[in-house]
Each structure stands twice: as structure tokens, then as C-alpha cells.
Design a protein. Sequence first.
Length: 216
Amino acid sequence: MFAREGYPFMLGALALAAMAYVGALRLRSWPLWVVAFLLTVIALWVAWFFRNPERIGERGDRVVVSPADGRVVLITNIDEPTFVGGPTTRVSIFMNVFDVHVNRYPVNGRVAHVVHKAGKFLNAVTEASSTDNEQASVGIVSGPHRILMRQIAGLIARRIITDSVSGDTATQGARMGLIRFGSRVDVFLPPTSTLRVAVGQRMKAGETILADLPAT
């Protein structure tokens, strides 16, 4: 399965490869065979880059699943004024260019907040990127909890795609967007949540459990 944003790139690369193969056959040109082979490799790489594997893992109203593939780079206690309106625990996941780029809902609930903010393109690992970089925030009301998920652009990743609109139903583990070429996703949790991850740990979107939410 592939992310729909990748189909134009995959079809374009395959079309160019097919043209090169036809040219190589007709002209009996070894350079064209090399070009055709390279274009085929590029087409396969593009398909791999936009892969969207099915993810099956633990689900439930008390658990928070990872919204992104990648590595936990920061765990911070911080106030979040825009949606949560108070103290939170922020878990930051850095996605590199080799990770799956599809982002997923961390909890079930109702999308109540969708905001895009223009900004800079600093290195997404830095703390400054969380406030200064271009980003898209999606707030979810999940039972008594308000969970915020934030897609953050970076040095290379400058294309954030957010599927969510206010009023949508968030289904845990389902796709909510994509960041081309990786970057960073932050999740803001209630401060009394019980974390199941640590800095440096590898995440799989829709599979790895980030935390257990408090009962109330």
C-alpha cells in the first residue's frame, strides 16, 4: 500500500523508464539500457519512499499510540496554551528520510482544533523548531482529555500534509496526514500520563504505545 501523494511521482518515474526501455530496444543503445535501469531503480525508490504499511497494534481509550515512525528526541514538561490550555508532557519524534512518512491519529476522539502556522525551516531536532518552524496542529478531544498532535517542518521536509478538518472523527492508528522527507511530530499529553517510551527509542506509527492516559 502506498500514500496517494506518491502516485504521480511513481507513475512519472515508471513512464520515463518505459520510454527508455523502448528507446534502448529500438536503437540497441547500451547507454539507454543504463538509463532505463537507473530510472527503474528510481521508480522503486519512490514507491518505497511513499510506502504506507498496514499497522496493527494495541488499541484502547486509555492508550496513546505513536503518530509517527522515527526516534524519540525530546520528552519535555511544557505549557500548551493554544488547545490544551495548561501543563502537558510533550513527546517529540524525529522522522528521518528513511522512515515511513505517513502520520496517524494517536487516540480516538473528535478533531476540535486544526491550525496551520507559517514559519521557518530550522533543524527539526532543535527546541526552537517547535515554536519557530512551519507547522500544523491537530487537537483531539478524547473522552475527558485534550490531546494535541503537531506536525513540524524541517530543513529538508517543507511539505506538510494534514487531512484533518475540525469536526472529523479521529480513529486511533488511522492516517491523519504526511510529511514528505521526514521531520518531526510532537504529541502533547496530560502531565499525569504514564509514559512507556524513553528518549532514543524507535517508534512505529500505529503500533508503538507512547503512554497510558490517566483514568480521569
